[in-house]
Design a protein around this ligand. Sequence first.
Ligand code: ATP
Ligand code: MG
Length: 197
Amino acid sequence: MSDDKHKARMVSKKAVMDAKIANATEERGVLILLKGNGKGKSSSAFGTMARSVGHGKKCAVIQFIKGRSETGEYKLFRDHDLIDWHVMGHGFTWETQDKQQDISAAKKAWALAETLLQDDRYDMLVFDELSYMFKYEYLDVGPVVAALSKRPKDQNVIITGRTMALELQNIADTISVVQDERHAFRQGVKAQKGIEY
Ligand code: ATP
Ligand code: MG
């Protein structure tokens, strides 16, 4: 492509982008859903939280399912002044195999989440693996939708999980699907510190 042609293309692209930017004027918190079977949902959520913290914003994490004992992100963030980190689950659901125990952990985690959703001191809340609570019917989605809908105007919420309840998708501002194309695990690579946890 000639330099002139390239320049003309960029000028028209800039005009389109400028118009889009001029159109987006609203300032408010957003609900972000990160779903899909690929690797990268929780790490994206914590990456976005790190971005907020970098700007001095107050954040809280609730892990509805406890994975490995101590993840790198937990070790890095737990003592940060701007972050409250709550691990509420007992372990992988297929490891606990105790439905009543899981339900009571889910209810306890949700009670905390509901409190945070009424607290405008928090700029960002990350509900990691909240979506499984509906899949396994540990929680009703109705009260969750209601609490999200009446949260403080500027509060951002990120929810992760492979599957997402339709009711959450209906009220979300941003939904990203992390697609699984390949994963090292299936080629026999062991879960690694610093990559998986
Ligand atoms: P991450 O925490 O790395 O961002 P994730 O939140 O997208 O991953 P989860 O469904 O929460 O993924 O699964 C958590 C763990 O399972 C991580 O250790 C991740 O590497 C691993 N994992 C994620 N997707 C896959 C997959 N498609 N196959 C095998 N393991 C996976
Ligand atoms: Mg995850």
